[in-house]
Design a protein around this ligand. Structure first.
Ligand code: KG4
Ligand code: ZN
Length: 434
């Protein structure tokens, strides 16, 4: 039996004064929970559409819906995140208490392959997922039976990796008749700010900066987002990671933190990099050109990435530090310029906006935070930056976003307790920006 589970974040599309209408399908991913190549059939005939998403009508809670939805403080949700290289789980209560948070990172794999290798990452997720979830439950002094719902990232991300989390979530939800909430990874990065800043009401702006995304959005309401800008090529996190790799830095904590640390030793004006997209008066981003500028600067200084920074001469080290600092200055200046314009745009649409949320892995960078704080102050707004452990990928953001949707009645019914191993899930993530 095959079925289609769809999670749709589109809400009513409101008229917009100045921005072109855009609806973006951020990804459709078919996930086979345990791949059995022989049983793959043509998708059109093997998938049956099921419109049960975000609907409370067609299944029974173990608790009554009124009891569950009415008493928000009693809800306890497990969040599972496996979209990239971190296996994360957390348990969050609807009053905002974080009962536990566990992250298992693939640092060694990252260092060995210089980036994320999907098949390796999938294997690493499979190895640790049971333990990570178990630890999250134990640290919260709970069992699966105590949960109100299970939330899981369904994209965007590496499909091989996503399915490990989805499979685990469906197994738990199926065994205990729990509703399941499919979570959009980038929405989770934005909404976790509402967990830490209780005054953060809609509408607000968000700059989401990670390894794969650069997004500037106006969040009008839960599930209703206007995209003000996105990257036309690479994301800033990718530029940090490549720069770190080419500079021979220790990649075990990913490239961003390594560049941030080395940049403190360097002269940010030493290397003249040009700021991307100066002539484009919009809010989009581009980091491919800056990456090329960095690569050329590294080549022209004969820096050898094979020699780790720890073994470099002091002259070599200071040359690498200058490149790290100069790269960081321009990479972040690009964010500053786009944010300033986006704030002007957004205030025309929603004059009541008071906050800019900055989240995603790159938002854990202190220099990024300090520079964006200045921009936001200049525009008389307030910066909301989750603590670093909630900026990089984590289960808390998934649990919290699951809670937000769950409380609005948007969730899937529990999967069958005995779901077949070769069950195929179609994760269709559609965000409507309107
Ligand atoms: O959100 P995230 O944990 O995973 C994705 O969704 O991609 O973001 C990971 C990205 C990586 O590119 C990593 O290098 C970057 O965030 N990052 C940083 C810092 N910490 C993580 N970039 C700059 N400075 C940091 N301190
Ligand atoms: Zn992320």
């Amino acid at each position: 039996m095959v079925s289609l589970a769809t999670s749709t974040f589109s809400r009513n599309l409101c008229p917009r004064p100045s921005l072109p209408y855009a609806v973006r399908a951020l990804g459709t991913t078919l996930l086979r929970l345990h791949p059995k190549p022989t049983s793959w059939g043509p998708l059109s005939s093997s998938l049956k559409s099921c419109s049960a998403h975000f609907s409370a009508s067609n299944f029974k809670f173990s608790k009554s819906p009124n009891e569950t939805l009415g008493s928000r403080d009693d809800l306890v949700v497990l969040g599972i995140e496996t979209s990239c290289d971190d296996t994360a789980a957390a348990i969050v209560r609807s009053n905002g208490d974080i009962l536990s948070q566990v992250v298992s990172s693939q640092a060694d794999l990252l260092a060995r392959y210089g980036g994320v290798a999907p098949k390796m990452a999938e294997g690493a997720h499979m190895q640790v997922i049971d333990q990570v979830v178990q630890d999250a439950l134990e640290n919260a002094n709970l069992t699966e039976r105590d949960l109100s719902a299970v939330a899981v990232t369904i994209g965007p991300g590496l499909s091989l990796c996503l399915r490990v989390g989805v499979q685990k979530a469906r197994k738990i939800a199926g065994s205990h008749n729990l509703p399941i909430v499919g979570v959009h990874h980038m929405e989770a990065h934005a909404l976790v700010a509402r967990l830490i800043e209780k005054d953060l009401q809609f509408p607000f702006m968000a700059l989401l900066i990670s390894g794969g995304h650069n997004l500037l959005i106006l969040a009008r309401d839960l599930g209703h987002y206007i995209q003000l800008g996105t990257t036309i090529d690479d994301a800033i996190g990718e530029a940090y990671d490549k720069t770190a790799k080419w500079l021979g830095l220790d990649m075990r904590r990913s490239g961003g933190p390594a560049i941030e640390e080395l940049a403190r030793e360097g002269d940010a004006k030493a290397v003249k990099f040009s700021t991307p997209m100066k002539q484009h008066k919009d809010c989009n981003f581009s980091y491919a050109g800056l990456k090329t500028q960095v690569r050329l600067a590294i080549e022209s200084r004969n820096i050898n990435a094979e020699i780790p920074i720890s073994s470099a001469s002091s002259e070599d080290r200071s040359s690498r530090a200058d490149i790290a600092a100069s790269f960081q200055r321009v990479a972040v200046l690009h964010l500053e310029e786009r944010c300033e314009r986006a704030i002007e745009w957004a205030l025309k649409i929603e004059p009541s906006i008071k906050h800019l949320v900055v989240s995603g892995g790159v938002a854990s960078n202190q220099y990024v935070r300090a520079q964006l704080d200045q921009v936001v102050k200049k525009k008389s707004l307030q910066l909301v930056c989750p603590p670093p452990s909630l900026c990089t990928d984590n289960g808390v953001m998934v649990a919290w976003t699951g809670l937000e949707h769950f409380c609005m009645g948007r969730y899937d019914p529990p999967p069958p307790a005995n779901e077949p191993e070769d069950y195929v899930v179609c994760l269709k993530i559609l965000i409507a920006y309107g």
